[in-house]
Design a protein. Structure first.
Length: 570
C-alpha cells in the first residue's frame, strides 16, 4: 500500500509539472531595443502585453551581431529566452538547430497583418511555422538612381532604368552599359571619383541571377550549391564589373553616394529613399534590381523578419501573446509612418514587385560566416571565381554539415579565472605547438630572466617560417576557457629580437578552423619594450574546454607573461 501511495505521489508531481501554470513574466530579445524609449516598438508592444496579461516584459540587451549567441547562452544557462527576433537569413539554421519552437498553437495565424508569403517562404517547416512576420516586414531590394545626373550626362530617357524596366529590357547588360557611361574622373585628377554603380550587398547580384549558394528542402535540409553554373555566371559578372572600374563597394562612398553624386546607381532597400531625398534636390527614381541572364522567372529579391519562441521557453502561451502584440504594432506603426515619408512611387513599385517575390537570403544562414570573405576574394582580392570557389568550398561543406545537425544538449562547464605569473616552469606543459604544423624555428621554453622574473619564451623567425605563424595552442585543461561564456584575456609581450615590418602578436580561442573566437592582435614595433595585449572573446558557442592560440606576423623571439583570463559579465 505504501508503495502504491509513493508511485501515485510521483505521478501526481509529474502531472503537476507537466501542466504547471506558465508565468506571464517573460523575456524578449530584439537587437537594438531601447527599453527607456516610449517610441520603441518593442516597448509599445510590452505595454500592450502588460495591459492584456498583467505580466512583466524583461528585455535582453544585445547588438545585431549577438542574435544567435544570446539565444544559446541563455539556453545553456537554463533560462531560455521566451520571445526572440529573427531574420530570414537566420533560417533554416534556427530550425535545424532547434533554436526556436513551433508557434502554431500560440500565435494568431489568421491575423490580417501577417505576411503568409514570407512565413511560407522562409519560416515554415514540416507543417509548422516558426516565426510570425508582419506584412510591412517584407523588404524588397531595388535600384535607386540619380535621374538628374543621367539627364545631364545626355542619357536619353528611353535608355534610363525606368524606361528599360517598363520595356522589359532592364538586365545586367544594360546596367553595365549605363554604369560605364556614368563612371568618370570628374576633376581631371587622373583618378575615378564617380562610379556608375554602388552596392554593399554583394550576394544580391547572385540572387539577381536566380541562384543561391545553398539549396533548402521542405524539411530544412541544406545542400551546398557553389558549383552551380549560375553562381559562376554571377561571379564572373561581378569580377568583370570590378575590373571594368564601374563597381564600387566602399561603404564610405556608397552611403551618401547618390546625394553627393559619387555614385549614379545604388542597390538598396525600399525604405532607403526618404534618407536619400532628404539630402539632395536631384530627382531620384526607383526600379527593381535588374535580372541576370539565368533569372528566367524574373524573381524579385525580398527579405523579411519577425518573432519566434525561443527553444525551451516555459511560457509559450504568453510568448505567443507578446508576439501578436509586437507584430501588430509593427504593422500599424510602419503603415502610419510610411504614409508620411515614403514617395508614392515606392508603393506602386512594391505592388508590381510582389507579384514575383522571392526570399533567397534565408539560404545563406548555414554559411553566413564566410560569404563576405568568399565574395571578397573577387571584389577586393581580384581572384577568379574558380579560385574563390576552390578556396572556400571545403569550409562551406563543413559549415553545411554542421548546420544540418541539431545543437544537442548545451553543457555550461564551471570556469575558474586564470592569473598566471611565470615564476617557474610549472605551466610550460600548458603550451603545445599547433598540431599539424611544421615550423622549424618555433620552440617553446621557460625563460628565467623574463619580463619581471620568469616568462614563457616563444622562439621563432619569420625569415625562416614565413610572415604568418601559429606558434602554440594551450592545453585547455591547464589554461583555457569553456563554452557559453564571454571573456577578457590579457598578457604582456616583450620582443627579444627586432620584429619585422608591421609585426604583431595575436590571440584567439581556438578549437578548430570552424570554431575560433575573438581574434585580437597587438602591434609590436620594437624589441625590449613591454606591450600589453587585451582581448575580448565573445559568443563562445560550443560545449567543452577550448585552448588559446597564440600567433604572430613578422615576429622573432619574444616573451609572454602575466596571463589573465576572467569571465566577462554582460
Amino acid at each position: 500500500m505504501k508503495k502504491t501511495r509513493i508511485v501515485a505521489a510521483i505521478f501526481g508531481l509529474m502531472v503537476a509539472g507537466l501542466f504547471a501554470k506558465e508565468s506571464p513574466n517573460i523575456t524578449v530579445f530584439r537587437p537594438g531595443t531601447n527599453p527607456r524609449s516610449k517610441k520603441d516598438i518593442m516597448v509599445q508592444a510590452a505595454e500592450k502585453y502588460t495591459a492584456k496579461t498583467g505580466g512583466k516584459v524583461t528585455f535582453v540587451m544585445g547588438d545585431w551581431g549577438s542574435l544567435e549567441s544570446k539565444l544559446l547562452t541563455y539556453m545553456a544557462a537554463g533560462t531560455p529566452i521566451d520571445v526572440c527576433f529573427a531574420r530570414n537569413a537566420d533560417f533554416p539554421k534556427f530550425f535545424t538547430k532547434h533554436y526556436f519552437e513551433p508557434i502554431n498553437q500560440y500565435v494568431n495565424l489568421d491575423a490580417k497583418y501577417l505576411s503568409k508569403d514570407a512565413m511560407d517562404g522562409c519560416f515554415k517547416y514540416e507543417g509548422s511555422y516558426y516565426v510570425a512576420s508582419a506584412k510591412t516586414s517584407d523588404h524588397y531590394w531595388i535600384i535607386l538612381y540619380n535621374k538628374s545626373l543621367m539627364d545631364e550626362q545626355g542619357i536619353a530617357e528611353k535608355d534610363q532604368p525606368l524606361a528599360l524596366w517598363k520595356a522589359g529590357k532592364w538586365d545586367w547588360d544594360h546596367l553595365r552599359s549605363l554604369a560605364l557611361k556614368l563612371t568618370k574622373d570628374t576633376t581631371g585628377s587622373g583618378t575615378i571619383d564617380r562610379w556608375g554603380f554602388g552596392n554593399w550587398y554583394t550576394e544580391g547580384l547572385l540572387y539577381a541571377n536566380g541562384v543561391t549558394l545553398t539549396n533548402i528542402d521542405s524539411k530544412g535540409k541544406i545542400t551546398l550549391n557553389m558549383e552551380d553554373q549560375r553562381v559562376t555566371e554571377a561571379l564572373v559578372y561581378l569580377q568583370n564589373a570590378k575590373n571594368d572600374g564601374w563597381y564600387q563597394q566602399d561603404n564610405s562612398i556608397i552611403t551618401d553616394g547618390l546625394a553627393s553624386r559619387t555614385v549614379a546607381m545604388v542597390m538598396g532597400r525600399e525604405y532607403d529613399p526618404p534618407a536619400v531625398l532628404k539630402n539632395t534636390r536631384d530627382e531620384i527614381i526607383y526600379v527593381p534590381v535588374p535580372f541576370g541572364p539565368s533569372n528566367k522567372e524574373h524573381k524579385n529579391i525580398y527579405e523579411c523578419d519577425g518573432y519566434g519562441i525561443g527553444a525551451g521557453s516555459q511560457n509559450k502561451k504568453y510568448a505567443g501573446i507578446y508576439i501578436d502584440c509586437v507584430v501588430e504594432a509593427t504593422y500599424e506603426n510602419d503603415t502610419k509612418d510610411r504614409a508620411k515619408v515614403w514617395p508614392e512611387e515606392i508603393f506602386a513599385l512594391g505592388e508590381q514587385m510582389e507579384k514575383s517575390r522571392w526570399y533567397p537570403s534565408y539560404t545563406t544562414s548555414p554559411i553566413e560566416s564566410i560569404v563576405n570573405s568568399f565574395l571578397g576574394e573577387i571584389v577586393w582580392s581580384g581572384n577568379s571565381p574558380a579560385t574563390a570557389i576552390a578556396s572556400w568550398e571545403p569550409k562551406a561543406v563543413a559549415l553545411v554539415q554542421d548546420a544540418n545537425k541539431p545543437v544537442g544538449k548545451l553543457e555550461r562547464l564551471p570556469f575558474k579565472a586564470v592569473n598566471e605569473v611565470f615564476k617557474n616552469n610549472k605551466m610550460l606543459a600548458a603550451f603545445k605547438p599547433m598540431p599539424d604544423t611544421e615550423y622549424s624555428s618555433v620552440q617553446i621554453s621557460f625563460e628565467p630572466k623574463g619580463i619581471e622574473a620568469g616568462s614563457l619564451k616563444i622562439a621563432c623567425d619569420y625569415e625562416v617560417d614565413g610572415e604568418d605563424v601559429a606558434y602554440c595552442l594551450t592545453d585547455p585543461a591547464l589554461l583555457g576557457i569553456v563554452g557559453w561564456r564571454s571573456y577578457e584575456v590579457e598578457f604582456d609581450i616583450k620582443a627579444l629580437k627586432e620584429p619585422g615590418e608591421e609585426a604583431y602578436v595575436s590571440v584567439q580561442a581556438y578549437d578548430n578552423d570552424l570554431h575560433k573566437y575573438g581574434w585580437t592582435r597587438k602591434t609590436i614595433e620594437s624589441k625590449d619594450e613591454v606591450y600589453h595585449m587585451k582581448a575580448t572573446i565573445m559568443d563562445v558557442l560550443q560545449n567543452g574546454r577550448i585552448g588559446l592560440q597564440i600567433s604572430g606576423h613578422n615576429m622573432k623571439d619574444f616573451l609572454i607573461d602575466n596571463i589573465k583570463i576572467v569571465e566577462k559579465i554582460d
